[in-house]
Write a protein that binds this ligand. Structure first.
Ligand code: PRE
Length: 279
């Protein structure tokens, strides 16, 4: 079995792929869109993508792709993300002029960067390990990358500092995705159900009513996200995660009830998600 991840060897997503699918071979892809496309087309059996981080927030593009690609979520997991600052050998902290990394990683270390390396410019890269590889290839000791310790080893960089994230409870939630419709792939131990929906325009109380379908049935909402509706300025898509399984009658009834007031509704997955690991 092959599982797609975004980035190159040493990316956090590769570690997440190994954790979520221990028996599979991880396959690198350049972009999140390419991961979704590979899963949807059956080129790979599964994919692993980050969806949110406990310090820097949601990975918005992946919310959009969950809706637009014919895939479903089959597993979710929070993983501890521990960042290193790394540079070619001979580098010193006060000579660092630029720090390259994925915007999520730069965001998770923004306090450290402004306190410790105020002189350095932040440079966005496609993934953390790709930034480490590029810094290693350039051999420029004034350029550093933020990535995993594994990426430093992979590309022969010297670790200048470790654990540089702004809080030690730094976790990224990853999702395992597969092709096909969520309704046909309800996980037998599902404890989380994700849905995206749009509401009719200018209906007073519509958002309140959409959430009431869950509250009326004592269902626990774990997360809510909104994304702009493409081509309709001021209109949104709402993503809701509910504790419980689509196989449970109250949750299914809540989603049927919801469909009475939505203009679009897609079940994204009914899957198992382990509790956030302790610090
Ligand atoms: O760049 C990587 O190493 C990734 O796996 C991507 C990613 C992300 O997009 O959130 C994954 C985990 C960390 O939060 C930082 C970056």
């Amino acid at each position: 079995m092959t599982v797609a991840f975004q980035g190159v060897a040493g990316a956090y997503s590769e570690a997440a792929a190994a954790q979520l699918y221990p028996d599979a071979t991880p396959a690198p892809y350049d972009t999140f869109d390419a991961v979704f496309a590979a899963v949807e087309s059956g080129t790979v059996e599964a994919g692993v993508v980050p969806i949110e981080n406990s310090l820097f927030g949601s990975v918005h593009a992946n919310y959009d792709y969950l809706r637009t690609h014919h895939v479903h979520v089959e597993v979710g997991q929070f993983l501890r993300i521990r960042h290193c600052l790394m540079a070619p050998s001979g580098a010193s902290m006060d000579a660092i002029e630029a720090v390259h990394s994925h915007p999520q990683a730069l965001g998770q270390c923004q306090g450290y960067l402004s306190d410790t390396l105020p002189q350095a410019q932040s440079v966005a890269a496609y993934d953390t390990a790709g930034a480490a590889r590029d810094v290693a290839e350039s051999g420029t000791a004034t350029h550093a990358a933020i990535a995993s310790r594994q990426a430093a080893a992979e590309y022969g960089l010297q670790v200048l500092a470790e654990g540089i994230e702004d809080h030690d409870r730094n976790y990224t939630r990853f999702l395992g995705i597969r092709a096909g419709t969520a309704k046909d792939h309800v996980h037998p131990q599902a404890n989380r159900t994700s849905v995206v929906f749009a509401l009719r325009e200018n209906v007073p109380g519509a958002l309140f009513k959409s959430l009431a379908v869950f509250a009326l049935r004592e269902l626990d909402l774990c997360k809510m996200e909104s994304r702009p509706q493409f081509g309709t300025p001021g209109q949104y898509l709402f993503y809701v995660d509910v504790a419980g399984s689509y196989a449970d009658l109250p949750l299914r009834r809540a989603l049927d009830h919801l469909s009475e007031i939505t203009t679009e509704q897609k079940l994204l997955g009914a899957y198992y998600e382990a509790p956030v690991p302790p610090a």
